[in-house]
Design a binder for this molecule. Structure first.
Ligand SMILES: [Zn+2]
Length: 482
């Protein structure tokens, strides 16, 4: 349905970093520990305790900035973002405001009609996470709240995009790309459910052709790509309904409810915080050496975009196949290990995206734990290539390899699955099939050539799938036209 309105979306993403320790102290940040055991005077916000910046956080910020085409600021500043909430012991969050570490970046995405589109990244800055409130989870009282500061001071990168996206699909494409990059870089584990990669979406609509932006709503903390898409689509409709009925969109923060697929107002602009940012006097300006940036750039892994292009140009994969394989570093590595062992990139791509991915999904297994290694898969694919087995039999063999961990050759041997390539054996089968179906044979000879499929099927069936399909086709043609 064509809408009267154009959608405008900007995204803010909080990326939790995989450093061993917190951003301003040496506390461990392992998930799921006893409350308040991963704390010290700094992250508890005790008076007199001073923050010391974790160098690894800066390195991860630079990596992410470089991988998203940002300029890295030679000098950046930490600022205090002031607000009161029980999970924030200092009464302020240390963040960056006026001089963030990364600015002016971009990512290219593929839009719905497969066109490439550039999405601007305004800034990426470093900040500390707050603690957590646990509500009424004891026997004493369901009305009591508890403060757990294990998460306080956990390092985050906040990445803010330009309002360049025009649909929920574009927003998801951008998010997935950013997600791939931080996971590729190893700076984030990418777990949306545990909150390692959190997204807020700013959504507004405006009549087509209007330059100025409409009033926006901010959608908060949605923890899966599917829900983000749902939340944005719901919001676009909600705002269109408001405008259509002559009402106004109110600037507000809304919470998405994944149970109902709707959202509700959390706070309006009037209730919004005035954060009274100012430079944090406890932390000196961060000055970054050019040589360090160059060194980090040097050490960056091949990123999904570059991998995708290489899979297309060097391996001859289609854009679609290349995109899917490059999206997952481990899947791409599996594929790349398989290719030189078979010399057939297309065949490897088909199997990795097909049978391998299917088994992984069904068993909810990581590819690094797959019972079939790249070498074993290549062993199987080579038996297709040298005509020992057909592609169809190969799927059965693969199933057994996955279950038993055995090599393809052992299974093919033990089960007598070797393809019949002996032309006299195939001829005998074909003669039987033709003799058993004289009517169809006459029809074929009278010009009903699509009956070829029927005959091939019958012969394959008679051979229990083991006859070489190419030979069956050829010999059938000869016999039927003879
Ligand atoms: Zn600490």
């Amino acid at each position: 349905m064509a809408s009267k309105y154009e959608t405008v979306i900007g995204l803010e993403v909080h990326v939790q970093l995989t450093t061993d320790t917190k951003i301003f102290c040496g506390c461990s940040k392992v998930f799921g520990q006893e409350p308040n055991t991963q704390t010290c005077p700094v992250c508890l916000g005790l008076p007199g305790a001073l923050p010391v910046l974790n160098e690894k956080v800066v390195e991860f910020a630079i990596k992410t900035g470089l991988a998203t085409n940002c300029a890295i600021a030679p000098r950046s500043i930490f600022a205090r973002k002031n607000y009161f909430y029980p999970d924030l012991p200092k009464g302020y969050q240390i963040s960056q405001f006026e001089l963030p570490i990364c600015e002016h970046g971009w990512l290219d995405i593929l839009t719905e009609n497969e066109a490439e589109k550039r999405i601007g990244i305004t800034r990426i800055h470093m900040e500390e996470d707050a603690g957590k409130l646990v509500h009424g989870e004891t026997q004493e009282s369901s009305r009591t709240s508890f403060v757990d500061l294990n998460r306080a001071c956990t390092p985050l990168l906040e990445s803010v995009s330009e309002p360049d996206m025009r649909s929920a699909d574009e927003a998801i494409a951008y998010l997935k790309k950013l997600h791939q990059i931080v996971v590729y870089l190893g700076v984030c584990d990418g777990n949306l459910e545990e909150g390692s990669f959190r997204c807020d979406a700013n959504v507004s609509i405006r009549p087509w052709g209007q330059k100025e932006l409409g009033t926006r709503a901010e959608l908060k903390n949605i923890n899966s790509f599917r829900f983000i898409k749902q939340a944005i689509e719901y919001e676009i409709e909600r705002q269109a309904d408001l405008l259509d009925s002559g009402s106004q969109v109110v600037q507000e923060t809304r919470l998405f409810d994944s149970q109902t697929g709707t959202s509700r107002s959390m706070r309006s602009k009037e209730e919004a915080h005035d954060y009274r940012y100012f430079p944090d006097p406890d932390l000196v300006p961060l000055v970054i050496d050019k040589a360090w940036i160059a060194e980090i750039r040097e050490g960056l892994p091949e990123l999904p975009e570059a991998k995708r292009l290489r899979f297309e140009s060097e391996m001859g994969l289609s854009a679609y196949d290349a995109e899917i394989l490059a999206a997952d570093q481990a899947l791409a590595a599996f594929f790349e290990a398989c290719v030189p062992l078979t010399g057939d990139a297309k065949l490897c791509a088909n199997w990795v995206m097909g049978e391998i991915s299917r088994q992984l999904n069904e068993g909810n297994i990581a590819i690094t734990d797959a019972p079939v290694s790249p070498t074993r898969l290549a062993g199987l694919l080579n038996r297709i290539k040298d005509n020992t087995i057909s592609g169809k039999i190969a799927k059965n063999v693969f199933e057994k390899m996955w279950q038993s961990g055995q090599e393809a050759d052992a299974i093919i041997e033990a089960e007598g699955l070797k393809q019949v390539t002996d032309s006299s054996a195939i001829e005998a089968l074909i003669e039987e099939v033709i003799a058993a179906n004289p009517g169809q044979a006459a029809e074929y000879r009278a010009g009903k050539e699509k009956l070829m499929g029927f005959f091939v099927g019958q012969v394959m069936k008679a051979s229990k799938g083991k006859a070489n399909p190419g030979m069956v086709n050829q010999i059938l043609k000869d016999k039927l036209s003879g």
